[in-house]
Design a protein around this ligand. Sequence first.
Ligand SMILES: Cc1ncc(COP(=O)(O)O)c(C=O)c1O
Length: 311
Amino acid sequence: MASGPYAFLGGEVVPLAEAKVGIMTHALHYGTAAFEGIRGNWNEAHGKTYIFRLREHYERLVRGCKILMMELPYSVDDYIRITVELLEKNGFREDVYIRPLAFKSEQLIANLKLHEIESDFALMIIPFGSYIDNDRAIRCQTSTWRRPDDTIMPTGVKLAGLYTTSILAKTEAVRAGFDEAVLLNMDGTVSEGSGENLFMIEDGRISTPAETENELLGITRDSVMKLVREELGMEVVERKIHRSELYLADEVFLTGTAAHVTSMGELDSRPIGTGDVGVVTKKIQDLYFDVVTGNNEKYLDWCTGVTPGGG
Ligand SMILES: Cc1ncc(COP(=O)(O)O)c(C=O)c1O
């Protein structure tokens, strides 16, 4: 039997190289899966990996499972335990990306009735550095692809099938020489990035698309809203945002598990503010980074500390 790294599949820990599913798996054909992307941030001084808002990620996974009519024998507490144990066993001493996947696992490719198809849960953990360059302000393009409306596909949870849109948008932007795409709603208002939520700052006021604007209800979005209100004493307004408001904003930034807090310096060939990382964005980046790496005592309850090898 191969050794680590290890994954979790079919109710047990197995070597990642042996964690396999068949080609008739329903989710492979129809995107019938809910997943999460969670970061574990290695803190060398503490000798621990801090998993950021683990409970909230699994609560969102469970919401996705409910929508996809998946009945799995695990509670949120079970998922947390399985994740901590797997991370301990893998023993990484670096930043990691944690990928839980609840999927329609039955070998059934001619059945479109969710309630008749069995599900399974898989968990993978991989070493993961930066996803997007956070030290500079990135260049973005409004996508020709639109963020689907929740009447087309549920948007607030991470359903695998919906990611085809994000992937088309990201690929289009990168092939055109940009770093990231901004997706508009069907009505032309702003929804989010291909894998990030979006915030704009104008006249000292921070705005972000409201929960009804079809974006993923991001955990970084929620964390940043709390940090901004609590630590910077600034107001955050959730509302509809017009695309042209972004062109005229003082600062725009994106938030996400993978992207952390990333400054947007240009949209559709127009500089945003100075075109560089804005002053407020920088403050939020620094604050957020301290929190997710377990270096801010006040927010330590957002972090699950895991020691490699356990103990
Ligand atoms: C489409 C989309 N929007 C927003 C986000 C940010 O969500 P979170 O902060 O929970 O990672 C992500 C990342 O998972 C995403 O894929």
